[in-house]
Design a protein around this ligand. Structure first.
Ligand code: ATP
Ligand code: MG
Length: 391
């Protein structure tokens, strides 16, 4: 299996130079807040060096107001500060499952098994990750409130179920109208979706829970969390389950944003179809440690093929957007591309992205490609930074 570089820098001629080691998350406090991953790594290293006397706990402080919320097709994430000033990230799958009527009497069992469920209009629903595990166990499919980055028009129970999951993640506001910055996708270039409706419904859910909602473009959030050292200048790409979102930013200001309605789900659908395997099997293969530069089976080769096709599709569209856009700033210095999101986690992603980026020949100089630290929470941490700027 080849190594998985998390960062590839381009030299002046546009060829890749030696990959850099991943930056240490603990040294990258952004906007005065340490990323959540750093809290974990500090705790882990403390556990390993048990000989030293334990450090006194940091003094408890009033947690800063403001939260981040990543409203994703596959995952919902929330982040806030705890009493010791660390970031606490919580995640749930954006999915649910209705318990068949004959099991409705079994609530005690669900409580005993610590399965989160809600009673909604006389029906029982299991939420989040638990619904996924239960569905897999019974060979069923979960129901999903969103598809391709937006609320799914085909899912009748989407709005109440999302409200329940968001409530589980955020809890109660710590002050009336506590600000929550949440991400919304850019309009897709290849699907007719309604950003106004989606934004309005998520805002309504947050208001009902006692929060003050504040929307933010998803890929712009990647720029906030992962391009601080570059003066918030560069290209953020959020590679999700339902879509890829792209934001070209100059000193925090988004100059160009768009999304394509293809992401991890699109890869799963195609692999499932051409290999004749169930969709859940295709997802499991994709997430089981495939390396895009070193596929080990026919199924893995199919994963590689669709990944490369999707990256080419996104970059071709980025090039076209540059050609069509009027007010794109002139970048004199080369800018960096940061990729984030679950779909960027596969081995070899940064290498393939860099290869395709060199082929596409964008009209602006690019210094390299890097995977964001803790790529799954990059968007939600960016949202929190935006929320804290407005408190
Ligand atoms: N280790 C992994 N390798 C490959 N893919 C992965 C891995 N882990 C998660 N994924 C994929 O990442 C996707 C989910 O990513 P993410 O949580 O960023 O999406 P999302 O934010 O919910 O969706 P979107 O932004 O498109 O609305 C899924 O398609 C999942 O299969
Ligand atoms: Mg996302």
């Amino acid at each position: 299996m080849s190594a998985d570089p998390t960062s590839i820098r381009f030299d002046q001629a546009g060829t890749a130079v030696a990959p850099e080691a991943a930056p240490d998350a603990a040294t990258h406090a952004e906007n005065g807040r340490a990323p959540a991953a750093s809290a974990v790594s500090v705790a882990q290293s403390a556990a390993r060096v048990a000989i030293a006397p334990p450090a006194p706990p940091p003094p408890a402080v009033e947690p800063a107001l403001g939260r981040g919320l990543d409203v994703g097709t596959a995952n919902l994430l929330a982040v806030g500060e705890n009493a010791t000033g660390d970031l606490v990230v919580k995640r749930e799958r954006n999915a649910f499952l209705e318990i068949p009527a004959e099991f409705v009497g079994n609530r005690e069992m669900l409580t005993k098994l610590q399965v989160p469920y809600v009673n909604f209009k006389g029906r029982l629903f299991v939420l989040g990750d638990a619904s996924f595990h239960l569905a897999n166990m019974f060979g069923k499919d979960v129901r999903r409130p969103m598809s391709h980055g937006f609320l799914s028009p085909a899912e009748q129970d989407a709005i109440p179920m999302m409200r329940f999951i968001v409530h589980r993640l955020l809890g109660e506001p710590r002050a009336p109208d506590e600000p929550v910055c949440f991400c919304i996708p850019a309009a897709s270039i290849d699907k007719d979706n309604d950003t106004v409706y989606h934004e309005g419904i998520v805002s309504g859910i947050l208001r009902k829970l006692g929060y003050k909602p504040q929307p933010m473009n998803e890929a712009h959030a990647v720029v906030y969390s992962s391009l601080a050292e570059q003066d918030f200048t560069g290209i953020g790409v959020s590679c999700g389950g339902g879509m890829f979102n792209v934001c070209v930013a100059y000193k925090t200001i988004p100059a160009l944003t768009f999304s394509v309605a293809r992401g991890g789900d699109w890869i799963d659908d195609h692999v499932s179809r051409v290999m004749g395997v169930p969709r859940t099997r295709a997802t499991a293969i994709k997430e089981s440690g495939v390396h895009l530069m070193d596929p080990q089976s026919r199924e893995e080769e199919a994963v590689v093929l669709y990944y490369r096709n999707l990256i080419q599709y996104v970059l071709q569209n980025l090039k076209q957007r540059f050609a069509l856009a009027r007010d794109v700033p002139q970048f004199e210095e080369p800018i960096e591309v940061v990729v984030a999101g679950g779909t960027s986690l596969i081995g070899g992603f940064v290498e393939v992205f860099a290869e395709e980026l060199r082929k596409v020949d964008l009209p602006i100089p690019i210094s390299g490609v890097r995977r964001a630290d803790d790529a799954l929470s990059s968007v939600v941490r960016g949202c929190l930074i935006a929320a804290s700027l407005n408190t």
